[in-house]
Design a protein around this ligand. Structure first.
Ligand code: TYD
Length: 200
């Protein structure tokens, strides 16, 4: 099963997705946790350079292609549950809605480069950008993507995308982590039941 967590910077995806992995591991489920950007070298280029929106788009898609080929695809084939912190909705929301690259163009490249692996379920952690920025400030390091008006566009993008994307659930990122984990587990348990019914 392939589970994706999405949301703006500071929305709490990393903490929640890690908690889910620990929960599954304690129950004997083979689960790995991974994130995007995946490759350290592409992350370094994108984060530390002034690039055009198209250059960023192509680099993030390249990074994802490597991620799927090297890690996600093989692990899914071996029967692991893969939990991924960010996937294609991040590129649609940040480079599409945030930076104005036409969505159709991004989607077309995606279909060509990475078509075979799709999330079974996506959780979108939604939070007011100013609250997310307060959390980031308390961590003490800002990246070039973490500006209020930009994150507002990205947040709206995520919400818009979530409406069209199948099996996508919006969670209120302002709730406490255990409440959120409870909601994730409840949704997953229903989803797993459906999987089992389909298999029968
Ligand atoms: P982030 O999740 O913060 O990674 P790290 O914990 O390694 O810093 O991702 C870095 C930034 O990259 C973040 O601000 C969101 C941005 N990003 C995009 O703009 N598009 C994408 O497709 C992805 C995967 C990330």
């Amino acid at each position: 099963m392939f589970i994706v967590f999405e949301g703006i910077d500071g929305s709490g995806k990393t903490t929640l997705s890690r908690k889910l992995q620990n929960f599954l591991l304690l129950r004997g489920i083979k689960a790995i946790w991974t994130k995007e950007p995946y490759t350290a070298y592409i992350r370094e280029i994108v984060i530390n350079n002034k690039l055009s929106a198209w250059e960023e788009t192509l680099l993030f898609i390249t990074d994802r292609s490597i991620h799927v080929r090297e890690l996600i695809g093989p692990k899914l084939e071996k029967g692991f549950t893969v939990i991924c912190d960010r996937f294609y909705l991040s590129t649609f929301a940040y480079q599409g809605f945030g930076k104005g690259i036409p969505l159709e163009d991004i989607k077309k490249i995606h279909r060509t480069v990475i078509d075979e692996v799709k999330p079974d379920i996506t959780f979108l952690l939604d939070i007011e950008p100013y609250k997310a920025l307060e959390r980031i400030k308390s961590r003490g390091n800002f990246s070039k993507f973490e500006k209020l008006n930009f994150l507002q566009k990205v947040r709206e993008g995520f919400l818009e995308l979530a409406k069209e994307e199948t099996n996508t659930f919006i969670l209120n990122g302002e709730k406490n982590i255990y409440q959120l984990l409870g909601e994730v587990l409840e949704i997953l348990s229903k989803k797993i039941e459906i999987f089992h019914l389909k298999e029968k």
